[in-house]
Design a protein around this ligand. Structure first.
Ligand code: SF4
Ligand code: SF4
Length: 309
């Protein structure tokens, strides 16, 4: 059955892997090993304890397997802010823009495909996506702890699903880093906050720019972050754009969005989503940034200040 599902997923330009549900116990063990092997920082503990959900949900079907689906994202989206007569262009890692839509689309077509065959699927968004992708052979880690999949580089979304499809193969793999990482330190050297460590598998995600620029604007950036570090409206692209494993995936046409002076003003004011004009709200939603709109004022102000406006 999974072979047919694999063909259906490939028909949508996406890439799957499958693990028998029994492997969830091994994933739990991996997480326990991480806790004992590394001195985890507070953010890493929060992800493990509060974001991951490793207990099986109650479902109307017997869960037999976990299917992982990787879908390609464009490598970035551009946003043009018009402010004080200037135009400031900023990238957004495109994974933000399809973070919600990619799993929804996949779930919908999988449901339509499986339902007539009396199989079921349900999204499992709180499973550890990267770890499952690597353990199931779908991808490999980069030194920057991002997951890479052949054909997509790191510009992708990974969506996990519980299903009742029997898993007759077990592609369980060792946790591995890409071959391209051997002898390469490009991401280490290009990280503006020295978050990627030469002597440790886990990055120090408490120093990663993303950790700071996704927060509400009431939290200022710490003084130690150099103003020149900021490179995206939210998130950071430095370790991905310098990566040789991504080079061939960065030529696709980039979509761009314009924010007028009035719209930029509303975003700088820190208005909540429901206070934005319908048109502006729609634009923010299309960018997949509704959840982070309260981060815009601080992030924009620091970049505008750097540009002298
Ligand atoms: S930049 Fe080099 S070391 Fe870093 S993830 Fe890419 S290949 Fe690996
Ligand atoms: S996203 Fe940016 S700050 Fe975070 S590890 Fe990569 S380069 Fe460093």
């Amino acid at each position: 059955m999974f072979e047919l599902v694999r063909q259906e997923i490939s028909r949508h330009g996406e890439k799957p892997s499958i693990l028998p549900i029994e492997r969830l116990e091994d994933i739990k063990q991996d997480i326990e090993d991480l806790k004992t092997r590394y001195n985890l920082n507070g953010f890493q503990k929060y992800i493990i304890n509060d974001i991951y959900e490793l207990d099986l949900p109650e479902t109307e079907f017997e869960i037999r397997s976990i299917i992982l689906v990787a879908s390609a994202s464009p490598w970035m989206v551009k946003v043009n802010f018009h402010w004080k007569g200037k135009r400031i262009t900023l990238p957004i890692p495109a994974t933000y823009t399809d973070f919600i839509s990619a799993p929804n689309n996949t779930e919908q077509y999988l449901r339509e495909y499986l339902s007539p065959k009396d199989y079921h699927v349900i999204a499992a968004p709180r499973l550890p996506r990267k770890l499952l992708a690597v353990r199931s052979g779908l991808g490999a880690y980069g030194r920057n702890n991002i997951c890479y999949v052949d054909g997509f580089g790191s510009f992708l979304n990974i969506s996990p699903f519980y299903t009742d499809i029997p898993c007759t193969e077990d592609s369980w793999c060792e946790i591995r880093q890409m071959d391209s990482c051997k002898g390469c330190k490009a991401c280490i050297n290009n990280c503006p906050t020295s978050s990627i460590l030469d002597d440790r598998f886990l990055i120090d995600n408490e120093r990663c720019l993303t950790t700071f620029n996704e927060r509400d604007s009431k939290d200022d950036f710490p003084q130690w972050i150099d103003m020149a570090s900021h490179n995206s409206l939210v998130g950071c692209l430095r370790c991905q754009t310098i990566c040789p494993a991504n080079k061939k995936h960065m030529s696709s046409k980039v979509e761009s969005y314009d924010f007028s002076e009035e719209e930029t003003g509303s975003l700088l004011e820190g208005l909540a989503m429901e206070q934005l004009s319908e048109e502006l709200k729609q634009k923010v939603q299309q960018l997949g940034l509704g959840y982070w709109v309260n981060a815009f004022p601080r992030n924009l102000k620091v970049i505008f200040a750097r540009e002298g406006i």
